[in-house]
Design a protein around this ligand. Structure first.
Ligand SMILES: Cc1ncc(COP(=O)(O)O)c(C=O)c1O
Length: 387
């Protein structure tokens, strides 16, 4: 067998530092490497593989679509893209959808839509410290963590950062150039920090009073991850603009900007576009994921497994656990020690976990995770913590 890791180090840019595991297959919450070793997967492609590996309905739909039609561009209509948009609008309570290819692109689209609505005079976006919105220029500039921006100046101007969860700071940063406020309802990469309902509603009230657009980044929290289709549904009224991606395609690369009809009307033909956006393969995946979520009561599973996973994490026998936080199946366990060595030791024992910030282990399993999977995960984690 070829040594994929050695070849990869030669031919792939060194932007990632992957674990020395070559994954070959996935089924449910288990992935298998090229040596046949199995791993329990609590990473799910970083909160992506919502239906787990090889879900039969997703496999069947994609096989059918691959054989029929892969791509036509947005010069023409296709049934899968319209169906995915219709299902997504219904699930989210938003009105209109623009499909793109990733989370960062969804944030870019959201920023462009907000700026278009502000005309020439209003363009400033208020974003949060410790936020993460992606690695393209607009999304990176909106990200409130200097470590992601170092070496890439000058950034996109017109984005101001304020402390997270501080309503007064948003008010103080608002001026006659402000067009929108952008935040995550749970800061994911920032360490799994949810906002409160009071904060969400206060920002929404401020946006309404000042004629600002409220943009919610649900790239990670969306598509059922937090126990409702979108996390904002548990916080208050719908925002004006939503960016999402990750779980939407169940593993296929698709993102979406969603908006109210009023906000969406600021985009005219030619204002925004992407060649691959909403192609029939990825939108067939999204439509299938949304359909399966409904047919198989997956939101209910997320809610139940969230309670169980939280309980089991809190029952871990260790002095190093500081706090368990998050919503649905986006939970973080903050430790008083670095998370990375724990994740590495777990991988050696057949459990995939990922950190979020220096001291937080993130738990984002497939949304079809079972109690047995959670018990097996906890057993390995306990063993590693003991050591
Ligand atoms: C909240 C949030 N926004 C945006 C992104 C960027 O998404 P992508 O990596 O698909 O570009 C991420 C990725 O982790 C995210 O968590």
């Amino acid at each position: 067998m070829k040594n994929w890791i050695e070849i990869g180090k030669e031919v792939m840019m060194p932007t990632y530092a992957p674990a020395p595991i070559v994954i070959d297959q996935a089924k449910g919450c288990t992935v298998t490497d090229t040596d046949g070793k199995e791993y329990l997967d609590f990473v799910a492609g970083i909160a992506v593989n919502s239906l787990g590996g090889s879900h039969p309905k997703l496999v069947a739909a994609l096989q059918d679509q691959v054989a029929k039609l892969l791509h036509v561009s947005n010069l023409y209509w296709t049934a899968p893209s319209v169906e995915a948009a219709e299902l997504l609008a219904k699930a989210s309570g938003m009105d209109q959808v623009f499909f793109c290819n990733s989370g960062a692109e969804a944030v870019e689209g959201a920023i462009k839509l907000a700026r278009k609505s502000g005309g020439e005079d209003r363009y400033e976006i208020i974003a949060m410290n410790q936020s993460f919105h992606g690695r393209t220029f607009g999304a990176m500039s909106a990200t409130g963590q200097p470590k992601y921006q170092k070496g890439f100046a000058p950034l996109v101007p017109g984005i101001v950062h304020v402390p997270f969860m501080d309503v007064e700071a948003v008010k103080a940063a608002t001026n006659d150039k402000t067009v929108a406020v952008l935040f995550e309802v749970i800061q994911g990469e920032g360490g799994i920090h949810p906002v409160t309902k009071a904060y969400y509603q206060a920002i929404q009230a401020w946006c309404k009073a000042k004629g600002l657009l409220m943009i919610i980044d649900e790239v990670q929290t969306g598509n059922g991850r937090c126990g409702s289709y979108f996390a904002y549904q548990q916080f208050g009224e719908r925002p004006d603009i939503v960016a999402t991606a990750k779980g939407l395609g169940g593993g296929l690369p698709i993102g979406a900007v969603m908006a109210t009809k009023e906000a969406a009307a600021n985009f005219k033909p030619g204002d925004h576009a992407t060649t691959f956006g909403g192609n029939p393969l990825v939108t067939r995946a999204a439509a299938t994921v949304l359909t399966v979520m409904e047919e198989e009561n997956i939101l209910e599973n997320v809610q139940k497994m969230s309670v169980y996973l939280k309980e089991q994490l809190l029952n871990l026998k260790t002095d190093h656990l500081v706090e368990v936080r998050g919503m649905g199946l986006m939970l973080g366990a903050e430790l008083d020690i670095p998370a990375a060595p724990i994740c590495k030791a777990c991988a050696e024992k057949g459990l995939l976990l990922v950190g979020a910030g220096a001291n937080v282990i993130r738990f984002v399993p497939p949304l079809v995770v079972t109690k047995q999977d959670i018990d097996a995960m906890i057993a390995i984690l306990q063993e590693v913590m003991d050591a």
